[in-house]
Design a protein around this ligand. Structure first.
Ligand code: 6PG
Length: 237
């Protein structure tokens, strides 16, 4: 099931998203002493990450994962881990406890399948849950074609039911990436898709329509509850 939350504008959507992530972190740390959060790439979540930096009192035991990553060098501007460092980590109080950012260490090695296998092993080793690791929070974005993470329309990766992370050819540059698979994304205790802007209006409508491989984000709601946070422009269709 996918439930739509409409925010007045992109800033309000980012604020609502940051509040959701902070709530999940506090709840997980209180209950289990640790929080595992998968973050989205792209550009939309940047403001939410900036706001999130000031909404969590204690970052100890917080593990940040990347729901997908581009296969570029780790310091490349296209790297999603660079996005997270430059928006969230850069705004944390200096000297305070830092979250652990699990980068896709082999993203820049020129071997996407090996990067996927290594990241899956790290995820499996750090996050409890069977048959799939259970993340406390999964934050995702939405592409104009309805892709989410690096799961693109009608891609065979949408059928994956065993592996946690797979290498994919992305239909949005850069061409190679690794992505969490649907079983991992759907297994999150809390799943939020954040989007904004009129260009995403058709994708939002398709995401709320019956699930289809033509719109990967719509598949997130199969067997899971998802909150889609959209500003008015993106929710206008
Ligand atoms: C990526 C993202 C991707 C992104 C959407 C939306 O690695 O590019 O994970 O799924 O969330 O493409 O991107 P924008 O937020 O830039 O519109």
């Amino acid at each position: 099931m996918i439930e739509l939350t409409v925010a007045d504008d992109a800033e309000a959507a980012a604020r609502t998203c940051a509040e959701r992530v902070a709530e999940a972190i506090e709840s997980a740390r209180t209950q289990r002493g640790v929080a595992h959060v998968a973050l989205a790439g792209g550009s939309t979540p940047a403001r939410a990450y900036e706001l999130l930096a000031g909404r969590v009192a204690d970052w100890r035991g917080v593990h940040l994962w990347l729901g997908d990553e581009r296969c570029v060098p780790l310091d490349h501007p296209d790297s999603n881990s660079v996005l997270v460092r430059g928006t969230l980590l850069a705004r944390l109080p200096a000297g305070g406890p830092q979250p652990i950012l699990h980068r896709v260490e082999r993203a820049g090695d020129g071997d996407p399948p090996a990067a996927a296998t290594a990241y899956a092993a790290e995820l499996r080793g750090a996050v409890p849950g069977t048959p799939f690791p259970v993340l406390d929070f999964v934050l995702l974005g939405l592409g104009e074609d309805g892709h989410t993470a690096s799961l693109f329309p009608d891609d065979p990766a949408l059928e994956e039911r065993e592996r946690l992370v797979v290498a994919v050819r992305r239909r949005k540059p850069p061409p190679d990436g690794v992505t969490f698979t649907l079983p991992v994304l759907r297994g999150g205790r809390r799943i939020v898709v954040l989007t904004a802007g009129a260009a995403k209006a058709e994708a939002v409508a398709a995401t709320l329509a019956p699930p289809s491989a033509h719109t990967p984000a719509s598949l997130l709601g199969v067997g899971a509850t998802v909150e889609l946070i959209a500003d008015r422009a993106a929710a206008s269709a």
